[in-house]
Design a binder for this molecule. Sequence first.
Ligand code: GUN
Length: 284
Amino acid sequence: MAQILDGKKLRDEILEELKVKIDTFEKKPSLCVILVGNNDASAIYVNNKKKTAEKLGINSLVLTYPHDVTEEELLAKIQELNDDDNVNAILVQLPLPGHIDSKKITNAISPLKDVDGFTAENFGKLFAGQKPYVYPCTPKGILLLLDKYNIELDGKHAVVVGRSNIVGKPMAMMLLNRNATVTVCHSHTKNLADIIKTADVLVSAVGEKLIEDNMLKPNCVVIDVGIYKDSSGKTRGDVDFEAASKVASFISPVPGGVGPMTIASLMLNTVELFCLQNKRSSGT
Ligand code: GUN
């Protein structure tokens, strides 16, 4: 039976340590989240981020906008936040409504306040082998989880399913930086099952039931980033957890695997940006 990669437990350890550090700061770090429209899942994620930040002593501000907000209004607000010394970290929750150019909005954030690492400057640095101010939260959390369980990546075949800017692309690059041999699969990939079968480490970030146990290489490591509700309302990941647990050596559950690690990374990134802006060592 596979060992469970317990994201909740590691999140709690990370946040406990981070709180001790934040308690030593005279001025508190601050995170501003922009939420547009009424996407239920986004509202839940943002609320979790806010609650976690507050527990740690991070000042957290959520700015909500109606679905029909204009690009100009958002850009003006981001400019104001960029210029505000009391704001250390800015996050625009994605996805944004279709009439708004997400890339333009993301790129308006000052790279030094870009807590997701999504601006062209930070993303470009990651892909150019330079150090961005911070790394994207979900892939960062996944690597922290793999490291916690001493999972070797050097020379391993890592298969990433999904090519989003939020997970798939930065994940692939961060695995490559760890000397994994990386294959990125997506909706146009042919022979997906054959490729998955060769994965030592599988990262699935699709959001639908996709991975059956008979597709897995024995003793592989399974990271399930997908999260959705099935027809009975149960929260599920991309992978058939029960069946895959019998084949894999390690597996991350949904919920309780990658999700908590994304939040932990967001908090780490907020503190890292605060420290960079205040010229002190974050030690993270
Ligand atoms: N939507 C889903 N995941 C994320 C994330 O990590 N950052 C942002 N900004 N939006 C998201």
